[in-house]
Design a binder for this molecule. Sequence first.
Ligand code: ATP
Ligand code: MG
Length: 242
Amino acid sequence: MIRFRALTKQYGPLEAVRDLTLGVAPGEVYALLGPNGAGKTSALRCLATLLTPTSGTAFVNGIDVREDPLDARRRLAFLAASMGLYERLSARELVAYFGRLHGLRGAPLDARVSELVELFGIAPFADRLCGRLSTGQRQRVSLARALVHDPPALVLDEPTLGLDVVSGQAIYDFIARERTRGKAILFSTHRMTEVELLADRVGVLRLGELVAEGTPGELVSSTGQENLARAFLHLVGGAEGR
Ligand SMILES: Nc1ncnc2c1ncn2[C@@H]1O[C@H](COP(=O)(O)OP(=O)(O)OP(=O)(O)O)[C@@H](O)[C@H]1O
Ligand SMILES: [Mg+2]
């Protein structure tokens, strides 16, 4: 499971995330929404141990990310569109390289790499250098790389950014399947259709603060709006630009 406990992240005087508390259970998909600059990436990067919280903390399967970041890291997959790939490795080599970093060797490593290459439709470009891949191809390889150790918590920062419909659908199918395997899944997005399709629960960040949380249906009814997009606008109205 995933849990934030009163997590605050400041960059100098700017409070990017303020006193964030939320939890994602095993088998649950949680969508984090918020306008540009609301603090989604900052929160997810704190969880993924890539940033240190200013105060408060977060837990991955009960492991405190501040006390034991390496152990927490082993229990999660973090995906971000901006993540670099080693341009001089082929897609297959890159996934295998990260598998070795997680301690996989020999036949189990080969089997896991083949499974991921198949799962994400990487086969047609598996032997091409990462530096030559298209955006969607890179995203599929990034996903395979992030998941090579099959961790219980998945943290995905805008997983379908820049992807075409086919690649996006592959990611939706993947998220739905991982949910049935009992993974705790936290993802950020700007696409309401994605939220309606995937999310069991939604949290809305506005200027770093969680201003609403519930099922998509609950957010629609509690705001008295006719759909999720309008509920979202109602909740974050006037929060853009900081
Ligand atoms: N390294 C940094 N130094 C200073 N300010 C930062 C840094 N990273 C982010 N910020 C600021 O913190 C705030 C939150 O940024 P963050 O990237 O977490 O937002 P976001 O919700 O992910 O937005 P988007 O939807 O555009 O991805 C923004 O105002 C941003 O400019
Ligand atoms: Mg972001």
